[in-house]
Design a protein around this ligand. Structure first.
Ligand SMILES: [Zn+2]
Length: 77
């Protein structure tokens, strides 16, 4: 008898992320998940002003950098 592992057909969590970095600070301010969830790397790192992300430190506009798809929050970045 052959034992087969039956995988439950459950939906995998996929997070499309976009890195937001500040050119003035030269640092990554945070990430946008799935085009809607803003997640700063430190509290207050990203400020939204009229829908545009700004650096919480120097108030410069943040620019999108690397992007990718992660299977979990820990894989982002
Ligand atoms: Zn900055």
């Amino acid at each position: 008898m052959t034992l087969r592992e039956v995988e439950e057909p459950r939906e995998r969590v996929r997070i499309a992320w976009l890195e937001l970095s500040c050119l003035a600070c030269g640092e990554v301010a945070g990430y946008i998940e799935d085009d809607r969830l803003v997640r700063p790397v430190y509290p207050g790192g990203i400020r939204l002003e009229r829908g545009r992300p700004r650096c919480g430190r120097c108030n410069a506009l943040l620019f999108g950098g690397q992007r990718g798809v992660a299977l979990s929050r820990q894989d982002i970045g």
